[in-house]
Ligand binder design. Structure first.
Ligand code: PLP
Length: 799
């Protein structure tokens, strides 16, 4: 792939932009100014390229996908876009002439943290995959002024700081104020019958202006460019209508909604927040996006009759569900369609991905709240539900209990997942196991009625970000062994398997890992002052902090090791460093306790230097995409230890595998498919399976009983009660003893035994590196390119 610009052209453009925007010469420019100028050059190029790409797609009448998600965890853009465009070397050379290191320029960019964790990162990975595979795609979300909070750990406690990312992040945003969309909130509706013609008017509403800001995402070696359209709420400069009616307070009221609407991302992962402001955010994003989709479609085709033939609208989890009644509203109220014709378009346009089966994350909204904020939308949902339930009564032969369970409105709540199922042409889970679980549990009734709607697409990652642009050493080794076909086609990574018994390649692989560990240790030393022992295993658990993900199980095993080493100071013990990084939702008390406990274990271990050589714990602050890019290449064990049946897929597991870490995992989410890809011998699987979990729950799980009869578990909890580094953790211990919702005790022996097995395996360097090599070589199917191609073929019908 050749760079679109030569080194000289880059120098010339850079000089021009620096002169025009900042009135400085390249020699005088600060790193910030160079970062902004370079970003501008890339943005302008991508904008042009996107326009050509879409003109071509539209001239061919290609169907396109709109991906609606309340979260896009984009991370940084400059490096990945330069890399995907093949410009990185030319830009590096141009900067070198100015005596500037490109790596320093990358450091100027803040992460665009417009998401919480896996769900938001998935959406970002898909924009990359869609561009690379040249599918016409647009993402829609909110331009949060503050993204996911910055985390500081002070004395072991998480504290949250605002993520004011726009000063640096704005360089990637193109404002398009002339494509703003009006969104209406509150007010009342009036129904009218005029000569048999039914019409509805919505009055006294408050208007918020949705102003789009576009971010472009380059594909790799592709003519495709994805666009992420982020909506910012801006007040109408003045609501003249209301002002003229003398209702000054209401005119200002709209102003107030706009003021707070897109301020901040809700920091909950896998947990719903039933606040009015969150509902307003969801409708704001959904209505602005649907308005935009309709306008664009009209511009190309002049009619909405064929919308479902040319457009797929994807709903990433239930957060954007209101797009469904909003499109219905436009078809009925604005375009005068009759109900059945409108509903037919709807049910052939929308698709929905489920991301969790956990009850506390399933979105339901209070009927009164929705009716107050979105009166017309609520009325449409009521009508959808009436017709849907009547239809279900027919197809179920009058099974009223089943129809009640499937009802969209029940007990004064609107059940968003049920609305999605009613309106979507497909419903998919995000790993094989999860897609089976949703058919057996949350959507079992729906599955019995429309079995063909249920699909699976296993998640994937933008693998170039975590391999080619994060792990230079491994990329070079791969290229040396198998050529560079894997850079465009991840399935070619499988060619690396041929080298699984080649000792010289295994030595090189070991050398790459050691160098990456040393580089990471240096980073940790520079940022925290903590020294890591690079001879030991780097065992990594990085992900949001959640009891279902069971960081506490990991901590229990570490405490057990600690107690063991105190009693057996001279034991033969493979040195190990446990690396954690994780944000807790600010209101999640137990999660914050677990962070503090892990931090305290690390601190107490430091006080025993001899023991600390063998066992160390570091808790890194502020887990985010950029930190994951630094960490993955140095990782050796990937902790994926959720209780079976709780993690829908996981994608961190894929990033780690790709970088040669061995999975220590339960039979959950995509771990099942990682196991399938690498085989029994190249993964450490432990713990109960989903059916075993279900059976134990049915029998009645009694953690206290295990506690009373298990000396090691007892000693671990005693340590929590007695104190670690001067702090006690009775709430963590009590919650395990008395509830243990995620069954850590039941899996403890299996986990601890499997950890011991991993340490034993590590002593055989060739065996370990062979296992690592097979993991890398088997990671191809977890590419986002594969995942979006599955969606394009099986769900969106783009091909
Ligand atoms: C990949 C990623 C996640 C998802 O991790 P899981 O282990 O799948 O939960 C979360 N946060 C960030 C920053 C990521 O890059």
């Amino acid at each position: 792939m050749t760079s679109p610009f030569t080194e000289n052209e880059i120098t010339r453009k850079l000089t021009e932009v620096l002169e025009y925007d900042f009135r400085v010469s390249p020699a005088e420019a600060t790193h910030t100014q160079i970062y902004k100028a370079l970003s501008k050059i890339v943005v302008n190029y991508l904008k042009e390229k996107r326009s050509m790409f879409m003109t071509d797609c539209n001239s061919k009448g290609r169907k396109q996908v709109y991906y609606l998600s309340m979260e896009f965890l984009m991370g940084r853009s400059l490096k990945t876009n330069l890399y995907n465009l093949g410009m990185q070397d030319e830009v590096a050379k141009a900067l070198k002439k100015l005596d500037v290191k490109i790596e320093h320029i990358y450091e100027e960019e803040p992460d665009a943290g417009l998401g919480n964790g896996g769900l938001g990162r998935l959406a970002a990975c898909y924009l990359d995959g869609l561009a690379t595979c040249a599918f016409p795609a647009t993402g829609y979300s909110i331009l949060y002024e503050y993204g996911i909070f910055k985390q500081r750990i002070i004395d072991g406690w998480q504290t949250e700081l605002p993520d004011d990312w726009l000063p640096g992040g704005r360089a990637w945003l193109v404002p398009v104020p002339d494509q703003a969309i009006e969104v209406h909130f509150d007010g009342e509706i009036y129904e009218k019958w005029e000569q048999n013609y039914h019409s509805v008017s919505h009055v006294n509403y408050k208007t918020v202006n949705a102003v789009p800001y576009d971010m472009y995402v380059s594909g790799y070696d592709s003519k495709g460019v994805s666009k992420l359209r982020l909506w910012s709420a801006e007040s109408m400069s003045f609501d003249m209508n209301m002002f003229n009616q003398g209702d000054y307070a209401k005119a200002i009221g709209a102003n107030n909604i706009a003021h707070s609407l897109t301020k901040v991302l809700y920091p909950n992962d896998n947990h719903l927040e039933g606040k009015a402001l969150r509902l307003r955010q969801q409708y704001f994003m959904s209505a602005a996006s649907v308005g935009d989709i309709v306008m664009r479609h009209m511009n190309v085709y002049g009619t909405l009759e064929n919308l479902h033939e040319k457009v797929a609208i994807h709903i990433n989890d239930t957060h954007p569900t209101l797009a469904i009644p909003e499109l219905m509203r436009i078809l009925l109220d604005d375009c005068g369609y009759d109900w059945d014709k409108a509903w037919n378009i709807i049910t052939n346009t929308f698709d929905y991905t489920n991301h969790t089966v956990m009850a506390e994350a399933l979105e339901t909204w209070d009927v009164d709240l929705m009716q107050r904020i979105l009166p017309r939308i609520y009325a449409i949902i009521v009508e959808i539900n009436n017709r849907y339930c009547a239809h279900l009564m027919e197809v179920t032969g009058g099974d009223s209990e089943k129809v009640t369970r499937m009802s969209i409105i029940l007990d004064n709540r609107v059940k968003m997942a049920n609305l999605c199922c009613a309106a979507s042409s497909s419903v998919n889970g995000v790993s094989k196991l999860h897609s089976e679980i949703i058919k057996d549990s949350v959507f079992h009734d729906q599955y019995t009625v429309t079995p063909d709607a249920f699909k699976n697409v296993t998640n994937g990652i933008a693998y170039r970000r975590w391999l080619l642009s994060s792990n230079q050493g491994l990329t070079n080794l791969l290229t040396e062994c198998i050529g560079d076909g894997f850079k465009k086609d991840a399935s070619k990574l499988a060619d690396f398997k041929k080298f699984a018994t080649d000792k010289s390649v295994l030595d090189k692989l070991a050398a790459v890992k050691l160098a990456n560990k040393q580089a990471f240790a240096k980073y940790v030393y520079n940022t925290t002052g903590t020294k890591l022992n690079c001879n030991g295993i780097f065992d990594v658990q990085v992900k949001r902090l959640h009891e279902y993900k069971r960081q506490q199980l990991n901590a229990m095993n570490i405490i057990a090791d600690y107690i063991y080493l105190l009693n057996n100071p001279d034991a033969d013990f493979v040195p190990k460093t446990y690396i954690f990084a994780s944000k807790a939702a600010p209101g999640y008390y137990m999660a914050k306790q677990i962070i503090k406990m892990i931090w305290c274990i690390g601190e107490e271990l430091k006080k025993n230097p001899k023991l600390n050589e063998k066992l160390a714990v570091v808790f890194l602050e502020d887990y985010k995409v950029t930190l994951s890019e630094i960490l993955m290449p140095a990782s050796e064990i990937s902790e994926q230890i959720s209780l079976a049946g709780t993690e829908a897929s996981g994608t961190g597991n894929m990033k780690l595998m790709l970088n040669g870490a061995l999975t220590m995992g339960t039979y959950d989410g995509a771990n099942v498919e990682i196991h399938e890809a690498v085989g029994d011998d190249n993964i450490f699987i432990f713990g109960m399976s989903t059916p075993e979990v279900n059976q134990l729950k049915a029998e009645g799980y009694n953690p206290e009983k295990i506690y009373n009869s298990h000396a090691v578990i007892k000693s671990v909890l005693e340590k929590m009660y007695k104190g670690i580094n001067g702090a006690t953790f009775e709430e963590v211990a009590n919650s395990l003893r008395h509830a243990d919702r995620y069954m850590c005790f039941a899996d403890f022996d299996s986990y601890r035994g499997t950890q011991a097995k991993a340490s034993e395996t590590y002593k055989d360097k060739y065996l370990w590196n062979k296992m690592s090599l097979i993991n890398i070589a088997s990671a191809g199917i977890f590419s986002a390119d594969r995942a979006v191609t599955d969606y394009a073929r099986d769900i969106w019908k783009l091909i």
